[in-house]
Design a protein around this ligand. Sequence first.
Ligand SMILES: Cc1cc2nc3c(=O)[nH]c(=O)nc-3n(C[C@H](O)[C@H](O)[C@H](O)COP(=O)(O)OP(=O)(O)OC[C@H]3O[C@@H](n4cnc5c(N)ncnc54)[C@H](O)[C@@H]3O)c2cc1C
Length: 410
Amino acid sequence: MNNMYDYIIVGGGIVGISTAWQLKVRQPQASVLVVEKEPQLAAHQTGHNSGVIHAGVYYAPGSLKAEFCRQGAQATMAFCQQHNIALDNCGKLLVATTPLELERMEALYQRCKANGLEVERLDQNQLKQREPNVVGLGALFVSTTSIVDYRQVTQAMAQEYQTAGGELALSCQVTAITERRDWVEVTVNGAQGVRRYRSRFLITCSGLMADRMVKMMGLECNFQIIPYRGEYYRLPSKYNQIVNHLIYPIPDPDLPFLGVHLTKMIDGSVTVGPNAVQGFKREGYGRLNLNWRDVWEMLTFSGFWKVTAKHFKTGLSETKDSWWKAGYLKRVNKYCPMIKLEDLQPYPAGIRAQAVLRDGTLVHDFLFAQSRRSLHVCNAPSPAATSAIPIGGYICDKVANKHGELAKSK
Ligand SMILES: Cc1cc2nc3c(=O)[nH]c(=O)nc-3n(C[C@H](O)[C@H](O)[C@H](O)COP(=O)(O)OP(=O)(O)OC[C@H]3O[C@@H](n4cnc5c(N)ncnc54)[C@H](O)[C@@H]3O)c2cc1C
């Protein structure tokens, strides 16, 4: 490995790898190093999610999230086709089970239209025809939702990146960053001990550790990453055909990411989930995992108390049903009554990296921080796996603008 790079990227999740690959495509002569602390890519959020290529139903029309999702879904499907990655265009049904949900469904229908999505309203009978095992008063059908394994997508992007000459350092944890006028020095702890690398520009895409990178850099950090566990169950294989599409409940518009869904996975199985409960270890997947540093930082952050107080009732109900399986079952029985308690089999959880501001605001959109020679992705919430290709392109554009500014300031 060199000692001086044009770019160092921290994080081997889908956002970091997509950025690295696109940088090498745009600037073939540039030297690029990706540093990832785990022995393999996609070890955290990218490898622990629902695997859905979202169409972009919920997002405010014109927002960065809506635009990235729309572009990302198309780009991801094209990428998968080019690289022979298994993909299923199974579509998604949003099922209303109460009169209030029917009203909310109408608002979602309008939002789909505003976002330019193909959407169809189904009445009770049409729903029954499409999904004999699902009950509801009506549903929306979005045909452009698909499923994939994002680990495979990340691997294929990494392959492209390495073929173009990009370097990858696995099992290497960034432990310190120092910015100078003309370069950034990154201290890396790996199998070969502690090493220092310099880079003309640094990009961090570090998911659950995003705030720590910003702090390491010495930048003002007005947010903190709060880990929210997303717990799943898997249905027994006899239920692999229980649904023909992805089945989602109609969400509360204030908390659109809540509500367990029935997800067909690309390996043929069906999962139920995820919920959203407080995590006590940022990268700990067991329910009882706890990390004192993570807990201490959370408890001493005012935003944590504010967000917890604001969503106390919802948080309590999610936590209760996390421990009380029968409660969890009720959430899915609402629209799929045939699933029984014994059908909910263990499946690995995922952990969302949720940026929370000091005033307790949950950041729903992408958030970036920057310095003279660095750019940090501070919040890349769902559907960032779907949107990883346009996000990588957006970061490349931002970096090119920065270079322009640096050249002028010389
Ligand atoms: C339960 C759940 C379900 C989801 N479902 C979907 C879905 O169906 N569709 C969708 O589009 N999105 C979904 N998402 C969101 C999506 O998975 C994430 O938004 C996306 O994977 C974020 O990618 P990332 O690269 O930013 O983060 P990550 O995948 O978390 O990668 C960050 C990487 O940085 C590395 N890192 C951190 N600190 C350091 C350090 N100091 N040194 C070196 N490396 C470091 C980590 O090891 C990690 O590999 C879901 C998320 C969750 C949690």
